[in-house]
Design a protein around this ligand. Structure first.
Ligand code: NAI
Ligand code: BGC
Length: 277
């Protein structure tokens, strides 16, 4: 009996490079925290290419700002970079003020800044716990507050997007404070989405899986670890920042007008497979 050859395994679906985001965002103003690297930079670039006015928040590496602004301007957008530490409420307010001074209004606020320490409960210290919680959770909490107050003051609808993580509700042993902070963001979007609905303000979390950014540079630099990670992802590969940015802009747009108080996962299926790295 002749054997039918096994069909060839298709290569993983490649990441497309989105050219622009939803047209309903054109002319609107967006603030993105932690935006001169990784996912934040991808959101800033796509927002600029979509015709939004972009405020790039950063805390470190100012040398990264001008090339990013140049890229946004070359794509037909406009952007400014403003230094602000998301753990300081007065700095968050200065981002709102900068957006209003430069562009007259604020429409979309993205809490993207985040850090992880990869420590278990038994390894953690008070200082490192505070570092993770202050940036990931407190920064998003008061970022949403200053944005919502501005939306209400200008009498407009607005959208708050939190870049959370699959670790909103998927344990990552050895990264406990980070998971606790992202878990907090899950409830934050639900609670605040309900609180702010009467003002026409939407709150949506975007929860990425493993994405190729500086946060994962050690995993990506280790051929064994990245192979194991890619094999644990049903899509067959780590994600690209642009693949998160396109979802962030979609949920921020009028096309997502009925989405609030919820989380959208963008993970190549990783949470449905074996544990990642
Ligand atoms: P990243 O390290 O490139 O981005 C984090 C950004 O936050 C950096 O630009 C950093 O300077 C900024 N930041 C840190 N402390 C800050 C502070 N006090 N004030 C203002 N900005 C501050 O890494 P990535 O991956 O782009 O991270 C962006 C977000 O995506 C984070 O919230 C992260 O938790 C989340 N995420 C990332 C995933 C990934 O696999 N790359 C997966 C799931 C979530
Ligand atoms: C973490 C990454 C990790 C990814 C998937 C993210 O929240 O920051 O380090 O690769 O989740 O587990």
């Amino acid at each position: 009996m002749s054997q039918t050859p096994a069909p060839p395994t298709p290569a993983p679906v490649p990441a497309p490079a989105p050219v622009t985001g939803p047209v309903s965002l054109r002319g609107r103003t967006i603030v993105v925290t932690g935006a001169n690297t990784g996912i934040g930079a991808a959101i800033a670039k796509l927002a600029g290419a979509t015709g939004m006015n972009v405020v790039i928040d950063y805390v470190a590496h100012p040398e990264l700002n001008q090339p990013l602004i140049d890229e946004i301007v070359a794509a037909g957008g406009q952007a400014i970079a403003v230094q602000a530490d998301v753990t300081r409420v007065e700095h968050l307010q200065s981002l709102v003020d900068a957006a209003v001074d430069a562009y007259g209004r604020l429409d979309v606020w993205v809490n993207n800044a985040g850090v992880e320490t990869r420590l278990s409960l038994l390894e953690d210290t008070e200082e490192k716990y505070d570092f993770v919680m202050d940036i990931n959770m407190k920064g998003a909490y008061f970022g949403a507050q200053v944005a919502a107050k501005r939306f209400i003051a200008q009498g407009s609808r607005g959208v708050i997007v939190n870049v959370s993580s699959v670790h909103e509700d998927w344990p990552m042993p050895g990264n406990t404070a980070y998971c606790v902070a992202k878990g907090g963001l899950r409830m934050f979007a639900k609670n605040v989405g309900v609180e702010l609905a009467d003002h026409g303000i939407r709150v949506v979390n975007v929860a990425p899986g493993a994405i190729s950014t500086p946060i994962n540079k050690e995993t990506e630099a280790d051929p064994g670890k990245i192979k194991q990670l890619n094999e644990s992802i049903p899509a067959g590969r780590i994600g690209q920042p642009s693949e998160v940015a396109s979802v962030v802009l979609f949920v921020a747009s009028d096309e997502a007008s009925y989405m609030t108080a919820t989380t959208v996962t963008v993970d190549g299926g990783i949470t449905q497979g074996a544990a990642g790295l």
